[in-house]
Write a new protein. Structure first.
Length: 323
């Protein structure tokens, strides 16, 4: 079957992309750090490429998930949309098989908005499918569409069950309204020792998880990003993971892995900074309330809120000026 890929225009321009943090020798490795694009992801390279080996791994993953035994990789027709216009998706893999439309996403950070993101992504997939088949939504005949299946492979640090479900209705406001409409994302935890049965059924997924876990273990041991990735790649090569893929694609794997783990570090720092800003705001609000009550000295308020005495004095002066 013919593979179909759509190239859209990215809604995010290069100027909006973050300057990713680099440590040590990474600053000198510009050739190994391309401008981040959504396509630069190892999971997609393994399971969502057009090579014969990627077709085979994609079929193996589908069979392992669905308990099927298809042998022809061309039964799966790629429909992945590149650089989705309206929503920041990582656009890992989407494909048609029979009368089903599948979307597989890999996430290393927990995101409760996946049902909404998937809904927006599927809307574009269906628009593309209807256009290809020349179907008219304004006629009197019911238009049949492929049944959707949305799977998120999660391998982050948050403890989740083997399989869980995210519901779009959880985001509805007011809560409890519109529950006759539902859209779900099936979250499959492939981190740690979760879903070992699934990993045994799909060697490509097992090898991918083993490599990622190796990198994470190296990072937890204090290795710089480049060393952590390099050691894991060499380990994967020594174990002939993915049938030699890590050896033949070593530099590209290094590129993708360094970019991804640098992005994860950037996201963690951004969330940490947001928490720190929230904590400072809470401390300031508490100090203002205590100053309004007039029961404690500035020194006592400083001790109670962990703000400096200078900050408490400044807040006191601001309150006095506002009165």
């Amino acid at each position: 079957m013919k593979e179909t890929k759509i190239q859209g225009q990215s809604a995010r321009q290069d100027a909006d992309r973050p300057n990713l943090p680099r440590s040590g020798s990474l600053a000198q490795q510009d050739s190994l750090l391309p401008v981040r694009e959504y396509k630069d992801r190892l999971f997609k390279k393994i399971f969502g490429d057009t090579t014969e080996e990627s077709k085979r791994w994609r079929l193996d993953l589908y069979n392992a998930l669905n308990g099927t035994s298809y042998t022809d990789p061309d039964k799966l027709t790629l429909t992945t949309i590149e650089n989705v216009i309206y929503v920041t998706m990582k656009n890992d893999i989407s494909f048609l098989i029979g009368s089903q439309m599948h979307l597989y996403e890999q996430q290393s950070s927990y995101n409760p908005n996946m049902p909404l993101r998937g809904l927006m992504y599927f809307a574009q997939l269906y628009q593309m499918d209807l256009s290809i088949r020349g179907l008219d939504l304004f006629g009197s005949k019911l238009v049949k569409i492929p049944a959707p299946c949305f799977v998120v492979f999660y391998n982050g640090d948050r403890e989740l069950p083997d399989v869980s479900e995210q519901r779009l209705s959880d985001a509805f406001e007011p809560a409890g309204r519109g529950n006759d409409f539902e859209w779900t994302a099936k979250v499959i935890n492939i981190g740690g020792k979760h879903n070992e049965g699934l990993l045994k059924k799909c060697k490509a997924l097992y090898d991918y998880c083993s490599y990622v876990n190796r990198v994470k273990g190296n990072l937890r041991a204090g290795m710089p990003n480049r060393d952590a990735v390099g050691e894991a790649v060499d380990y994967a090569i020594s174990k002939n993971m993915l049938d030699g893929f890590f050896k033949t694609q070593k530099m590209e794997v290094m590129n993708m892995s360094l970019t991804e783990f640098d992005q994860e570090e950037y996201d963690r720092n951004r969330r940490r900074e947001g928490k720190e800003e929230g904590m400072e705001e809470m401390q300031s609000r508490t100090a203002r309330n205590l100053l309004d009550m007039g029961l404690l000295s500035h020194e006592q308020i400083s001790q109670a809120t962990d703000l400096s005495l200078e900050d408490v004095t400044r807040l006191s002066e601001e309150l006095a000026a506002a009165r």
